[in-house]
Design a protein around this ligand. Structure first.
Ligand SMILES: [Zn+2]
Length: 220
């Protein structure tokens, strides 16, 4: 039996994680649908990746890689990326990785064949930039949104706001050591105070509102 469109979409949404940018998510789903019409079975294997997850990837194949005081070095594995935490568009929910599946959906097909190129081109039509076009290091599964920049894709956040971006803000503040509360996606007084302290420490206007400059500072 052939894999269903619903299964491909469901599995892909799970793999992209909640932190995926909504525009990227929508385009990824459209890519899966368009490819499916041509009997090309696209599965998104990865989307949003936290800084820690990126540190784990970067540490692979390296003797030592210290990030936030923790050593992620793991020389027993091969090198998989040259991109450090905060430098990958995956860390901002702006990139996805895909693979093609066999007709029954049980097997991943990693050959960069005609169907793979076709899927990549569909991605490009939807506004993605394809890692297979890169000149230095070719990253065939990788698609990223070229017209969304990480800063402008982050909304202004203030007290009372809720949702995935608030959660990302709390996670970022936790990572830099200013927030010790629960990353629950609710911008309350504790989040505001953490943000103000972070802004003061970074010579930003300490207004307790996360705007482009604050986001940029958090992502450095
Ligand atoms: Zn990627």
């Amino acid at each position: 039996m052939s894999v269903t469109l619903e299964t491909l979409i469901d599995r892909s949404i799970t793999n992209m994680k909640e932190g995926i940018h909504p525009t990227v998510k929508e385009a990824a789903i459209e890519l899966i649908k368009r490819a499916f019409k041509e009997n090309i079975y696209v599965l998104i294997t990865s989307g949003y990746r936290s800084m820690e997850e990126q540190a784990v990837l970067y540490g692979q194949g390296r003797q030592s890689y210290v990030y936030n005081g923790k050593d992620y070095g793991d020389p027993s594995k091969p090198i998989v990326t040259q991109v450090k935490p905060g430098k990958s568009n995956h860390n901002f929910g702006l990139a996805i990785d895909f693979v093609l599946l066999s007709d029954d959906g049980n097997r991943a097909i990693w050959d960069v064949n005609d169907n793979w190129i076709r899927a990549a081109n569909m991605g490009k039509e939807l506004g993605f930039k394809w890692g297979g076009d890169w000149t230095s290091f070719k990253d065939y599964p990788h698609l990223e949104m070229k017209d969304l920049n990480p800063n402008s894709s982050r909304p202004m956040l203030r007290m009372g706001d809720t949702g995935e971006f608030v959660k990302q803000l709390q996670e970022a503040l936790t990572r830099v050591g200013f927030f010790t509360g629960k990353c629950d996606g609710i911008f309350g007084e504790q989040t505001r105070q953490a943000l103000i302290n972070f802004q003061k420490a970074n010579n930003l206007s300490a207004d307790g509102i996360a705007g482009p400059n604050t986001w940029e500072a958090l992502e450095r």
